[in-house]
Design a protein around this ligand. Structure first.
Ligand code: DGJ
Length: 732
């Protein structure tokens, strides 16, 4: 069993193949954090520091002992207001208005299964996997508030998940002001960096590595969704940690709404990092007997650099987060009409696209925004989920049948969470949209957000979407969300309950997705929020892939996909070949380069195929058969970053090793070409030193040792942004 309670020393040891996490119940019952890192097989609480330190007081239970302070000891779940002055994981307001609460160990349970979380996404165990749960209950005797700390230990994956429940067993209502999912304390032996992924619409998940100074570092969102601006994932690592070497810790929140992640270097050279829903816009009343569940956080530790850490997340998300038929099944190669037509399309145009697409081997036509209501631009129609018969006179049954007859599947776009001001739904039910009474709400794309905390609104959406899904053979659904929340208020909540809204909204999104994905298990769902504005592990529980960015420019995508790859596997990255000049940047890149970049994702097209030349269509045909041949390698293999596009302006390189380790794909995109170029090489990774690898298409054979230690020369480009792909296979 990976979870052991060492009774004599009063500590828990949670062990995976290569990591160990320790929790100590100390002499007063406080639950402390004693270790996370390599396996140590020893009670690490000997490192706890007991000194009389000025301005770090002692809890009542320690009497006059001035050396025992919660301000110094590493805590498993720190609370604001009782003498720990670092960032608290829990902040609550008691019935008398005070903040004080002091938790001590009450009991624990060890279960041979993975916990689940009511209403929230949570990773799960597959058959025969070694996964167990530790549940530690903490109790504050005076208020009778209980906190349950949940730990999921995935032995073979080197992953530990955490979640938290707060239960009010007292007699009176309390208000939760902050309930984090995790807090991790650590002594600082070396200088630490935090790697995080910031961005904006059209430029998501940009890599940034920041030294932890004597200050509070934070990332977060209060947009109601996880956001383009910050991803709910951060990595703590030593200053010298590289892709292949050094310690790193990942903290990933499995949640799609507001969040706050913090890293704080404290006065005593300790570091505390927290991650959770955050406090802005959150004030959650908990009545007597009620329970609040904070979302899951996925933790991993690697002592072998960032690549290993990313691969831990990739394997875990692919196997223990993503669900449904398309978890392992090959996803169809799609063509989306958005950049081909925007709102200006009709049935005939779609059928032309489908016909020419089927001829080159594309397998699915996605009809994007504009097929419903009076939606001819992005100011109208959201909420009116009935087919626009002017554009599609024969209706969906007829359209899907015709597309199917061409050998193509059919997919459709929805933006379920929104309503346009100019829509029948808004005119009928203005109270269904979020808005503060007597105020005009913030308009964003001239649309408002529906109040998904209301069961009637959720039911309506499930009914409307189901009616469309039942009206033709629809096998793919793109779930978009194109604005941030503001003016938050729900008519269905009392004034004292409005602080629940942001969280209830996310639970509402999850409920609708759960209902639809279980009713339509054969439909491939793709998440989207103006591209990658809600690219998180919470959404991946419902949608196995997410549109990575509205920016389809192959060169910008190198950075976006590189940043995304730190936490998320490439088969979750919606990625398409689009037209040139690119619609977002105006850049012209070769079709082959666009293909290579899109193949490092779900792979599809988003252009008007009917306007391409014969040669271009021939090239697309070849791309598609190449992708199909290499699908298993790309989607099931191990992904390696070989360069950092933030540091290297000359090229971006990455590599995939097939699951059986018999096939290698090496991609290099030249992002800069100099006259009389210097020589650049790139070293391969993850090969077996003694194996021999043949460069496919030639009879040249190289040892793993030579490719990894000597490397491969980056070719000179003959045209701007040229991409190169090299395939190797093991010959002995
Ligand atoms: C934003 C999405 O990211 C795009 O792909 C497209 O679906 C538009 N919305 C449609 O409005």
């Amino acid at each position: 069993m990976a979870i052991v309670f060492h009774k004599e020393q009063n500590y828990f040891s949670l062990t995976t193949n290569q990591t160990e996490y320790q929790i100590k119940i100390d002499r007063y019952g406080h639950v402390l954090h004693s270790h996370y890192g390599n396996i140590v097989n020893q009670d690490m609480s000997y490192l706890f520091s007991y000194e009389d330190r000025g301005f770090s007081g002692s809890p009542a239970v320690a009497g006059t002992d001035r050396t025992y302070s919660l301000d110094v000891l590493p805590q498993e779940y720190p609370v604001f207001g009782m003498g720990d002055y670092r960032e608290g994981a829990l902040e609550l307001e008691n019935a008398d208005g005070s903040y004080g609460v002091e938790f001590v160990y009450k009991e624990h349970k060890i279960l041979d299964e993975k916990y689940s979380l009511q209403g929230l996404p949570a990773s799960y165990r597959n058959n025969n996997e070694k996964v167990s749960t530790l549940e530690i209950t903490l109790m504050d005797d005076i208020t009778q508030i209980e906190v349950k700390l949940l730990y999921g230990v995935f032995e073979e994956k080197d992953i530990i998940t955490r979640a938290t429940k707060v239960v009010n067993l007292g007699k009176e209502k309390i208000n939760l002001l902050k309930v984090d999912s995790v807090s991790l304390d650590k002594n600082l032996e070396k200088e630490l960096d935090v790697i995080h992924f910031h961005g904006r619409h059209n430029m998501e998940r940009q890599y940034e590595r920041t030294a932890i100074g004597n200050s509070m570092f934070s990332i977060g969102s209060h947009r109601g969704s996880s956001s383009h601006q910050h991803n709910p994932f951060m990595i703590l690592c030593d200053k010298e940690t590289t892709e292949a070497y050094g310690e790193s810790y990942g903290v990933m929140l499995m949640y799609s709404g507001n969040f706050l992640g913090t890293v704080e270097k404290t006065q005593f050279n300790q570091v505390r990092s927290t991650m959770g829903i955050g406090r802005q816009g959150f004030r959650y009343p908990l009545e007597k007997g009620e329970e609040f569940i904070a979302p899951e956080v996925i933790l991993s530790f690697s002592n072998d650099g960032l690549t290993k850490l990313s691969q831990n997340y990739h394997t875990f998300i692919k196997n223990n987060v993503v669900r449904g038929e398309y978890k392992y099944k090959r996803r169809p190669i799609l063509i989306n009409n958005w950049e081909a037509t925007y709102f200006d399309f009709d049935e005939e145009k779609l059928l032309d696209i489908a016909r020419e697409s089927s001829e080159v081997g594309i397998e699915l036509l996605v009809m994007d925004d504009g097929w419903f209501g009076k939606r001819n631009d992005d100011n109208t129609g959201l909420g009116d989920w009935f087919v626009n018969l002017e554009k599609i006179p024969g209706g969906l049954k007829n359209l899907t049948t015709k597309v199917n007859q061409m050998g193509m599947k059919f997919g459709i776009w929805f933006e379920p969470e929104m309503v346009s001001e100019d829509s029948d739904l808004y005119r009928k039910h203005p109270e269904w949209s979020i808005n503060i009474p007597n105020r005009t709400g913030v308009r964003s794309r001239n649309q408002f957000v529906l109040d998904l905390s209301r069961a009637d609104v959720r039911d309506y959406l499930v009914e409307q979407i189901s009616a469309i899904l039942d009206s033709g053979n629809i096998e793919y659904l793109k779930w978009d969300m194109n604005r941030s929340l503001s003016n938050v208020y729900s008519e269905s909540l009392k004034p004292s309950e409005q602080g629940k809204f942001y969280h209830l909204y996310v639970l509402g999104v999850y409920e609708i997705l759960e209902r639809l994905t279980s009713a339509y298990p054969y439909i491939l769902f793709e998440g989207c929020s103006g591209g990658g504005g809600r690219f998180d592990a919470g959404m991946l529980y419902y949608t196995p892939q997410i549109w990575t960015s509205d920016n389809t420019d192959a060169i910008d995508r190198l950075r976006i996909q590189h940043g995304t790859s730190f936490g998320y596997p490439i088969n979750t990255n919606g990625s398409h070949v689009s037209a040139v000049p690119n619609h977002q940047t105006g850049r012209i890149t070769p079709l082959a380069t666009r293909g290579m970049v899109a193949m490092t994702g779900t792979f599809g097209y988003e252009l008007d195929i009917t306007s391409l030349s014969k040669e271009e269509k021939e090239a697309i045909k070849k791309q598609i058969s190449h992708f199909k041949e290499n699908y298993d390698t790309i989607h099931e293999g191990e992904y390696y970053r070989l360069s950092n596009p933030w540091e290297n302006e000359v090229f971006t390189a990455w590599q995939i090793v097939s699951k059986k380790r018999d096939k290698i794909l090496l991609n290099i995109i030249r992002t800069r070409q100099y006259a009389n170029d210097p020589i650049f090489t790139v070293k391969l990774k993850g090969l077996v030193e003694s194996s021999h690898y043949r460069l496919i298409g030639t009879d040249k054979v190289f040892t793993g040792a030579s490719l990894m230690n000597g490397g491969w020369e980056v070719p000179r480009a003959k045209e701007e942004y040229q991409g190169f792909e090299f395939e190797f296979e093991v010959v002995e």
